[in-house]
Design a protein around this ligand. Structure first.
Ligand code: FNR
Length: 185
């Protein structure tokens, strides 16, 4: 693998369908991408009171972003936006002022929901946040996944051929996007 991709799951739920989707994406990613999770669940709630002395868990989170060549956000939609836990993590990563970890970090956005619009509004909000944080994002293809029970098997394999093909192509396009961004420097 040439590129280290840190994926961030927007859900904190143990049975998260977005965690299942991430598992499938790891399996379908082309060989040039090495995926690993950057966890967000242990981050406390952010306030700028911490800026002078970040807790170790937040320093580790920022270091993990710095060490990754690219980020892949796999998020649900909660109340037509991104979950609070994900926004909290991004706030941590964006600070202290002048030390925004997302600047220039190639990013992908994807998500699954049980609803038919498949996280479209959450992804639009996430893109607005990442725009402000100066993270270039893959524009196309977009991926709004409506998750049906059993879509991803225990071992991460996709049980629907059409979805599998779509996700494989998404990861292939993401690899090309990351390579192009890295080449630009
Ligand atoms: C939801 N859900 C949901 N779905 C959707 O398509 N649009 C939405 O705005 C919401 N809002 C929402 C709010 C809250 C607080 C919860 C808990 C759920 C349903 C959602 O798609 C479903 O619970 C998924 O399982 C969430 O993904 P994770 O957390 O399992 O990865």
């Amino acid at each position: 693998a040439q590129y280290k991709v840190g994926y961030i799951i927007g859900s904190l739920a143990s049975a998260s369908i977005n965690r299942q989707l991430a598992k499938a994406l790891v399996k379908l990613a082309p060989a040039e991408l090495a995926l690993h999770e950057i966890p967000i669940k242990d981050l406390p709630l952010y306030s700028y009171d911490h800026d002078a002395n970040y807790p170790a868990v937040a320093t580790a989170f920022k270091q993990a972003i710095a060490d990754a060549d690219a980020l892949l956000f796999v998020t649900p939609e909660y109340n037509r936006s991104i979950p609070g836990g994900l926004k909290n993590a991004i706030d941590w990563g964006s600070r202290p002022w002048g030390k925004n970890s997302f600047t220039g970090k190639p990013s992908g956005v994807i998500g699954a929901s049980v609803g038919a619009i498949g996280t479209a509004l959450a992804q639009a909000h996430l893109r607005a946040v990442l725009n402000f944080c100066a993270a270039p994002q893959m524009a196309q293809p977009e991926a709004y996944i409506q998750f049906k029970k059993g879509l991803v098997a225990e071992d991460g394999s996709c049980t629907d051929a059409g979805t599998e093909e779509f996700l494989r192509n998404y990861m292939k396009a993401f690899a090309a996007f990351v390579a192009a961004n890295k080449a630009r420097g």
